[in-house]
Design a protein around this ligand. Structure first.
Ligand code: HXC
Length: 519
């Protein structure tokens, strides 16, 4: 893959400069230091295809003469702005240099980034931001704040037009985390990158609270706890290589389709392993990622947000060489129930796919929304509605397969025909109902059960009757809410076929300033 080739550029460069004898020594040094943070320029060189990087504004200097800053001027003012190719396509990127005034952002530094954002937008090219900065440069006062404002505005203007990806490559504060929050993806590096609005030193002076950078805003905190980071990697090198991979699933802009790659995985493949993965008993857990991996081309699945809200799995993959976005309930965690975080995670991913012309394939096995005070008081009404919103709003092809359970509101939300699903498939094992049998007879038949001679036997009888009526796909299929009930081994073939048939889908929503999405 081109990515690996470029990421080996350091070794290749060593070979070119010093000859074969020095290569193993250079390689050993590279491996030994694989976690060492490369400097800003090195990070950009790793991002771009070898030899394609062109720097812009290398000679820019700040004009500040306060607090002795006139003696601290470095060409480029602490940020390298550049364009180059990634897998042959133009990409704009900047990398902040922590060794220059802590990578802090003053007027000149901001102007360079804003100019790059303008170029990326005008040329319809992705923007990659490598952040390593203490935020607004304190010595430049309002000029720093103004600079961030200019950047934020361009982040929002570009949103949904060009892919924007942020790498947090060191301790980042203030605007250096707010700008990433406005982009499509935030990647962090475990153990070396941190995100917070205000760092531990400032927190200590304001609230007297003692907290480490790791606890406050480390990679695990944001990848697993807050969900602010979509991606967490072991090293800068891995992060940059995976950002290259992420870009390969996305078009350069919203007017284009994602790149298509040659597919050497059979489109007619009819695997029979599905039953081994999905237990017939709907209460038994399984890892839906095994299903995803069986359905998509080869090893094309690229999971996003894998550490957060694990009761839903989202990520990009390819089917028949074309990009798709997978949204799958995960029975391995909390039985795959939808809750606040899962709704936010899936909604965000669906909106990203929709913005960039990536069809959405949903694998449904969901017992409903998680009940309880914590969820209700945490705002599950609004957060759950975000997922509903995202599916209703998405105009890319939407396909779904109900594998087992699809209960209650979660049935409606998860790409059902009623929220605009284009193709809705189900396995014969699908159960579609307002709720499970036990809950239903409790609500409907309480008096009848209490009056029965043998209450337990009556309950079982009523449950059986309910299950026969509802816990199958028949009613939904007969009403046209399902387009087909398919055998599990046909799933890949059917999805690939329907994706092909839906490729020219063109659905327009009414013109409006903006909808009013729940917050
Ligand atoms: C000017 C800064 C700076 C800043 C760091 N430096 N942040 N200079 N403006 N914002 C300088 C330091 O003085 C130091 O210079 C060098 O960079 C390295 O900083 P250290 O503190 O030694 O590094 P480290 O221990 O790694 O800590 C990194 C840090 C910390 C956690 C980011 O520097 C920090 O808390 N900085 C302040 C963060 C902050 O509150 N920024 C303003 C946010 S407001 P020397 O010369 O000693 O090497 C903002 C506005 C937009 O960004 C907000 C929008 C919502």
């Amino acid at each position: 893959m081109a990515t690996e080739a470029t990421n080996n550029a350091e070794e290749t460069a060593a070979q070119a400069q010093t000859g074969p004898a020095a290569v193993s020594e250079a390689r050993a040094e590279v491996q030994k230091n694989s976690r060492r943070i490369p400097v800003a320029r090195r990070r950009l060189e790793l991002l771009f295809d070898s030899g394609t990087m062109e720097e812009i504004g290398a000679e820019v200097l700040h004009q500040c003469h306060d607090f002795g800053l006139e003696k601290k001027r470095a060409p480029g003012d602490g940020v390298i702005t550049a364009c180059g190719l990634v897998d042959g396509r133009p990409v704009y990127a900047f990398a902040q240099d922590k060794t220059v005034l802590g990578g802090s952002l003053g007027e000149a530094h901001a102007m360079k980034i804003a100019r790059l954002q303008d170029l990326a937008l005008k040329t319809g090219s992705p923007m990659v931001a490598i952040n390593d900065s203490g935020g607004a440069r304190i010595q430049e006062g309002v000029q720093s704040l103004a600079g961030y404002g200019e950047i934020f505005r361009r982040n929002v203007k570009s949103s949904g037009v060009i892919p924007q990806i942020s790498l947090i490559a060191g301790p980042c504060a203030g605007g250096a985390v707010y700008s990433p929050a406005l982009t499509d993806f935030v990647a962090m590096v475990d153990g070396t990158s941190y995100m917070f609005l205000t760092g531990p030193k400032v927190i200590k002076t304001v609230t007297f609270e003692d907290i480490t950078v790791e606890e406050l805003g480390g990679g695990r905190t944001h990848a697993a706890g807050t969900g602010v980071a979509n991606l967490l990697f072991e090293s800068d090198r891995e992060a940059i290589s995976q950002i290259r991979r992420l870009l390969s699933y996305l078009p350069s802009n919203n007017k284009e389709m994602p790149p298509v790659v040659d597919c050497d995985d059979s489109l007619q493949r009819m695997d029979t392993d599905f039953h081994g993965i999905v237990p017939a008993d709907p209460r038994k857990p399984y890892d839906v990622r095994d299903m995803v991996n069986l359905l998509v081309d080869g090893d094309s699945f690229f999971e996003v947000h894998s550490n957060w809200a694990q009761n839903v799995v989202v990520g990009f993959a390819r089917m028949g060489g074309h990009s798709v976005g997978l949204v799958a309930n995960q029975p391995l965690h909390l039985a795959g129930v939808l809750d606040i975080d899962a709704s936010r995670k899936a909604a965000r991913f669906i909106r990203t796919c929709n913005a960039f012309n990536v069809p959405i394939v949903s694998l449904v096995d969901v017992p409903g929304f998680l009940p309880g005070k914590a969820q209700e008081h945490g705002g599950v009404i609004d957060h759950g509605a975000k997922l509903l919103w995202a599916y209703c709003e998405a105009t890319v092809p939407k396909l779904s397969v109900i594998l087992r359970k699809a209960y209650g509101g979660a049935y409606i939300v998860m790409s059902s025909k009623h929220v605009g699903g284009d193709i809705n498939l189900a396995w014969p094992s699908a159960e579609i109902a307002v709720m499970g049998a036990a809950g239903a007879v409790e609500v409907l038949n309480r008096r009848e059960i209490a009056a029965a001679e043998d209450a337990d036997a009556k309950k079982e009888e009523l449950k059986d009757a309910y299950e026969t009526k509802f816990l199958n796909p028949d009613l939904a299929a007969s009403r046209g809410y399902l387009d087909a009930v398919i055998e599990p081994h046909e799933t890949r073939r059917k999805l690939v076929r329907f994706l092909e048939l839906l490729r020219n889908k063109d659905e327009q929503l009414p013109e409006k300033r903006n909808g009013n999405m729940p917050t």
